[in-house]
Design a protein around this ligand. Structure first.
Ligand SMILES: NC(=O)c1ccc[n+]([C@@H]2O[C@H](COP(=O)([O-])OP(=O)(O)OC[C@H]3O[C@@H](n4cnc5c(N)ncnc54)[C@H](OP(=O)(O)O)[C@@H]3O)[C@@H](O)[C@H]2O)c1
Length: 222
Protein backbone atom coordinates (compact mmCIF):
# COMPACT_ATOMS: atom_id res chain seq x y z
CA UNK A 1 0.00 0.00 0.00
CA UNK A 2 1.24 3.52 -0.77
CA UNK A 3 1.68 6.10 1.98
CA UNK A 4 0.78 9.79 1.70
CA UNK A 5 1.57 12.53 4.22
CA UNK A 6 -0.52 15.71 4.15
CA UNK A 7 0.17 18.83 6.22
CA UNK A 8 -2.64 21.15 7.33
CA UNK A 9 -4.81 18.03 7.43
CA UNK A 10 -7.31 19.02 10.11
CA UNK A 11 -9.54 21.23 7.95
CA UNK A 12 -10.11 22.79 4.55
CA UNK A 13 -8.41 21.40 1.47
CA UNK A 14 -5.99 19.27 3.51
CA UNK A 15 -8.83 17.41 5.25
CA UNK A 16 -10.48 16.73 1.90
CA UNK A 17 -7.19 15.49 0.42
CA UNK A 18 -6.96 13.06 3.34
CA UNK A 19 -10.48 11.78 2.67
CA UNK A 20 -9.99 11.33 -1.06
CA UNK A 21 -6.46 9.88 -0.90
CA UNK A 22 -7.73 7.38 1.67
CA UNK A 23 -10.58 6.45 -0.69
CA UNK A 24 -7.94 5.88 -3.39
CA UNK A 25 -6.24 3.31 -1.16
CA UNK A 26 -3.39 5.35 0.33
CA UNK A 27 -2.26 4.87 3.91
CA UNK A 28 -2.50 8.39 5.33
CA UNK A 29 -0.35 10.32 7.75
CA UNK A 30 -2.40 13.41 8.57
CA UNK A 31 -0.17 16.10 10.05
CA UNK A 32 -1.61 19.06 11.96
CA UNK A 33 -1.15 21.30 14.96
CA UNK A 34 -4.40 20.09 16.48
CA UNK A 35 -6.75 17.43 15.17
CA UNK A 36 -10.45 18.05 14.52
CA UNK A 37 -13.60 15.99 14.95
CA UNK A 38 -13.78 15.71 11.14
CA UNK A 39 -10.23 14.38 10.89
CA UNK A 40 -10.68 12.00 13.82
CA UNK A 41 -13.77 10.61 12.07
CA UNK A 42 -11.56 9.49 9.15
CA UNK A 43 -9.77 6.92 11.32
CA UNK A 44 -6.40 7.60 9.71
CA UNK A 45 -3.01 8.02 11.38
CA UNK A 46 -2.93 11.53 12.80
CA UNK A 47 0.32 13.19 13.83
CA UNK A 48 -0.76 16.24 15.79
CA UNK A 49 1.25 18.83 17.71
CA UNK A 50 3.29 19.68 14.62
CA UNK A 51 3.74 23.34 13.75
CA UNK A 52 5.41 23.37 10.33
CA UNK A 53 7.41 26.46 11.28
CA UNK A 54 9.07 24.78 14.28
CA UNK A 55 12.45 23.06 13.95
CA UNK A 56 11.72 20.98 17.07
CA UNK A 57 8.32 19.89 15.78
CA UNK A 58 9.76 18.86 12.42
CA UNK A 59 12.46 16.81 14.18
CA UNK A 60 9.70 15.27 16.31
CA UNK A 61 7.73 14.39 13.15
CA UNK A 62 10.81 12.83 11.56
CA UNK A 63 11.34 10.77 14.73
CA UNK A 64 7.73 9.56 14.73
CA UNK A 65 7.98 8.49 11.07
CA UNK A 66 11.23 6.58 11.47
CA UNK A 67 11.99 4.77 8.23
CA UNK A 68 8.45 5.00 6.83
CA UNK A 69 8.64 5.48 3.08
CA UNK A 70 6.49 8.33 1.79
CA UNK A 71 5.17 7.83 -1.71
CA UNK A 72 3.48 11.22 -1.60
CA UNK A 73 4.25 14.31 0.47
CA UNK A 74 1.70 17.12 0.18
CA UNK A 75 2.81 20.43 1.65
CA UNK A 76 -0.64 21.94 2.03
CA UNK A 77 -0.51 24.00 5.25
CA UNK A 78 -0.84 27.68 4.42
CA UNK A 79 -1.65 31.08 5.86
CA UNK A 80 -3.44 34.14 4.50
CA UNK A 81 -3.38 37.34 6.53
CA UNK A 82 -4.14 40.86 5.43
CA UNK A 83 -1.24 42.95 4.19
CA UNK A 84 -1.54 46.46 2.91
CA UNK A 85 0.88 49.10 1.72
CA UNK A 86 -0.32 51.58 4.32
CA UNK A 87 -0.28 49.05 7.13
CA UNK A 88 3.02 47.28 6.55
CA UNK A 89 4.79 48.55 9.65
CA UNK A 90 1.91 47.58 11.93
CA UNK A 91 1.33 44.27 10.12
CA UNK A 92 4.95 43.20 9.75
CA UNK A 93 4.54 40.16 12.00
CA UNK A 94 1.73 38.95 9.75
CA UNK A 95 3.85 39.49 6.64
CA UNK A 96 6.65 37.44 8.19
CA UNK A 97 4.27 34.74 9.42
CA UNK A 98 3.06 34.16 5.85
CA UNK A 99 6.65 33.84 4.68
CA UNK A 100 7.35 31.31 7.45
CA UNK A 101 4.33 29.13 6.67
CA UNK A 102 3.96 29.54 2.91
CA UNK A 103 7.55 29.91 1.70
CA UNK A 104 9.91 28.32 4.21
CA UNK A 105 7.82 25.53 5.73
CA UNK A 106 7.26 23.48 2.55
CA UNK A 107 11.02 23.42 1.98
CA UNK A 108 11.77 22.72 5.66
CA UNK A 109 9.25 19.86 5.82
CA UNK A 110 10.62 18.34 2.61
CA UNK A 111 14.17 18.65 3.92
CA UNK A 112 13.26 17.14 7.31
CA UNK A 113 11.55 14.18 5.64
CA UNK A 114 13.99 13.86 2.74
CA UNK A 115 15.23 10.44 3.83
CA UNK A 116 11.65 9.13 3.80
CA UNK A 117 11.38 9.87 0.08
CA UNK A 118 12.65 7.42 -2.52
CA UNK A 119 12.65 6.92 -6.27
CA UNK A 120 9.05 7.17 -7.46
CA UNK A 121 7.93 9.41 -4.58
CA UNK A 122 6.18 12.69 -5.39
CA UNK A 123 6.40 16.00 -3.53
CA UNK A 124 3.59 18.52 -3.95
CA UNK A 125 3.51 22.12 -2.82
CA UNK A 126 0.03 23.62 -2.66
CA UNK A 127 0.76 27.12 -3.85
CA UNK A 128 -1.54 29.75 -5.30
CA UNK A 129 -1.94 31.49 -8.63
CA UNK A 130 -1.64 34.61 -6.46
CA UNK A 131 2.06 33.78 -6.45
CA UNK A 132 2.14 34.25 -10.21
CA UNK A 133 3.68 37.61 -11.16
CA UNK A 134 2.43 37.36 -14.76
CA UNK A 135 -1.12 36.64 -13.54
CA UNK A 136 -1.26 39.54 -11.06
CA UNK A 137 -3.84 41.79 -12.69
CA UNK A 138 -5.48 43.11 -9.54
CA UNK A 139 -2.78 43.70 -6.91
CA UNK A 140 -3.46 43.45 -3.19
CA UNK A 141 -2.43 40.77 -0.69
CA UNK A 142 1.24 41.70 -1.13
CA UNK A 143 2.60 39.42 1.58
CA UNK A 144 0.63 36.36 0.52
CA UNK A 145 1.61 36.91 -3.12
CA UNK A 146 5.28 37.33 -2.18
CA UNK A 147 5.23 34.23 -0.01
CA UNK A 148 3.71 32.07 -2.75
CA UNK A 149 6.01 33.52 -5.46
CA UNK A 150 8.95 32.68 -3.19
CA UNK A 151 7.83 29.09 -2.66
CA UNK A 152 7.29 28.74 -6.41
CA UNK A 153 10.90 29.79 -7.00
CA UNK A 154 12.24 27.46 -4.32
CA UNK A 155 10.14 24.54 -5.49
CA UNK A 156 11.58 24.72 -9.01
CA UNK A 157 15.03 24.38 -7.41
CA UNK A 158 13.69 21.52 -5.28
CA UNK A 159 12.56 19.76 -8.45
CA UNK A 160 16.09 20.04 -9.85
CA UNK A 161 17.60 18.81 -6.57
CA UNK A 162 15.36 15.76 -6.35
CA UNK A 163 15.32 14.72 -10.00
CA UNK A 164 18.43 12.55 -9.74
CA UNK A 165 16.75 10.64 -6.93
CA UNK A 166 13.74 9.92 -9.18
CA UNK A 167 11.42 12.17 -7.15
CA UNK A 168 8.92 14.36 -9.05
CA UNK A 169 7.88 17.73 -7.63
CA UNK A 170 4.74 19.70 -8.48
CA UNK A 171 3.34 23.15 -7.72
CA UNK A 172 -0.46 23.11 -7.64
CA UNK A 173 -3.06 25.85 -7.27
CA UNK A 174 -6.30 24.43 -5.86
CA UNK A 175 -8.69 27.00 -7.35
CA UNK A 176 -10.65 29.60 -5.40
CA UNK A 177 -12.00 27.33 -2.69
CA UNK A 178 -14.60 27.87 0.04
CA UNK A 179 -12.55 27.24 3.21
CA UNK A 180 -11.68 29.05 6.42
CA UNK A 181 -8.91 30.83 4.52
CA UNK A 182 -11.38 32.56 2.20
CA UNK A 183 -14.12 33.09 4.79
CA UNK A 184 -15.99 30.33 2.95
CA UNK A 185 -16.24 32.37 -0.22
CA UNK A 186 -14.97 31.00 -3.51
CA UNK A 187 -15.90 29.21 -6.73
CA UNK A 188 -15.69 25.60 -5.59
CA UNK A 189 -15.84 23.44 -2.48
CA UNK A 190 -12.86 21.54 -1.07
CA UNK A 191 -14.08 18.21 -2.48
CA UNK A 192 -13.91 19.52 -6.06
CA UNK A 193 -10.51 21.13 -5.41
CA UNK A 194 -9.09 17.95 -3.88
CA UNK A 195 -10.38 15.81 -6.75
CA UNK A 196 -8.64 18.06 -9.28
CA UNK A 197 -5.44 18.19 -7.24
CA UNK A 198 -5.34 14.39 -7.05
CA UNK A 199 -5.80 14.12 -10.84
CA UNK A 200 -2.84 16.44 -11.31
CA UNK A 201 -0.79 14.49 -8.75
CA UNK A 202 -1.49 11.27 -10.63
CA UNK A 203 -0.41 12.90 -13.91
CA UNK A 204 2.82 14.37 -12.50
CA UNK A 205 5.98 12.69 -13.74
CA UNK A 206 9.71 13.39 -13.72
CA UNK A 207 9.27 14.82 -17.23
CA UNK A 208 7.19 17.76 -15.95
CA UNK A 209 8.75 18.00 -12.50
CA UNK A 210 8.83 21.63 -11.34
CA UNK A 211 5.69 22.57 -13.29
CA UNK A 212 2.95 24.92 -12.02
CA UNK A 213 -0.64 23.90 -12.64
CA UNK A 214 -4.18 24.79 -11.65
CA UNK A 215 -6.14 21.87 -10.20
CA UNK A 216 -8.30 22.08 -13.34
CA UNK A 217 -5.29 21.12 -15.46
CA UNK A 218 -4.42 24.56 -16.84
CA UNK A 219 -0.68 25.35 -16.90
CA UNK A 220 -0.16 28.60 -14.98
CA UNK A 221 2.27 31.39 -15.93
CA UNK A 222 5.08 32.35 -13.55
N1 LIG B 1 -8.84 28.33 -0.31
C1 LIG B 1 -8.37 28.88 -1.44
O1 LIG B 1 -9.12 29.51 -2.23
C2 LIG B 1 -6.91 28.71 -1.80
C3 LIG B 1 -6.48 29.28 -3.02
C4 LIG B 1 -5.14 29.13 -3.39
C5 LIG B 1 -4.27 28.43 -2.56
N2 LIG B 1 -4.71 27.90 -1.39
C6 LIG B 1 -3.74 27.17 -0.56
O2 LIG B 1 -4.28 25.91 -0.22
C7 LIG B 1 -3.71 25.47 1.02
C8 LIG B 1 -4.83 25.05 1.97
O3 LIG B 1 -5.63 26.18 2.21
P1 LIG B 1 -7.13 26.11 2.79
O4 LIG B 1 -7.96 26.96 1.91
O5 LIG B 1 -7.52 24.71 3.07
O6 LIG B 1 -6.90 26.93 4.15
P2 LIG B 1 -7.43 26.74 5.64
O7 LIG B 1 -8.79 26.12 5.62
O8 LIG B 1 -7.23 28.07 6.28
O9 LIG B 1 -6.42 25.66 6.25
C9 LIG B 1 -5.08 26.01 6.45
C10 LIG B 1 -4.38 24.81 7.05
O10 LIG B 1 -3.00 25.15 7.25
C11 LIG B 1 -2.66 24.86 8.59
N3 LIG B 1 -1.58 25.69 9.10
C12 LIG B 1 -1.47 27.05 9.06
N4 LIG B 1 -0.36 27.44 9.70
C13 LIG B 1 0.25 26.32 10.18
C14 LIG B 1 1.41 26.07 10.94
N5 LIG B 1 2.23 27.07 11.34
N6 LIG B 1 1.73 24.79 11.24
C15 LIG B 1 0.93 23.77 10.84
N7 LIG B 1 -0.20 23.94 10.12
C16 LIG B 1 -0.54 25.20 9.80
C17 LIG B 1 -3.95 25.11 9.37
O11 LIG B 1 -3.87 24.52 10.65
P3 LIG B 1 -4.60 25.16 11.97
O12 LIG B 1 -6.01 24.63 11.96
O13 LIG B 1 -3.78 24.65 13.09
O14 LIG B 1 -4.55 26.65 11.81
C18 LIG B 1 -4.95 24.45 8.43
O15 LIG B 1 -4.92 23.05 8.59
C19 LIG B 1 -2.87 26.63 1.53
O16 LIG B 1 -1.51 26.44 1.20
C20 LIG B 1 -3.41 27.83 0.76
O17 LIG B 1 -2.48 28.87 0.64
C21 LIG B 1 -6.01 28.03 -0.98
Amino acid sequence: MKTALVTGANRGIGLELVRQLKAKGFDLIAVCRESSAELDAESVRVESGIDVTSREDLAQLKGRLGETRLDLLVNNAGLLRSSSLAGIEDELDDWRAQFEVNSLAPIRVTSALGDNLASGSKVIVITSRMGSIADNTSGGHMAYRMSKAAVNAATVSLAHELKDRGIAVGLLHPGYVRTGMTGNTGHIDPDEAAAGLIERIEELSLDDSGSFHHANGEALPW
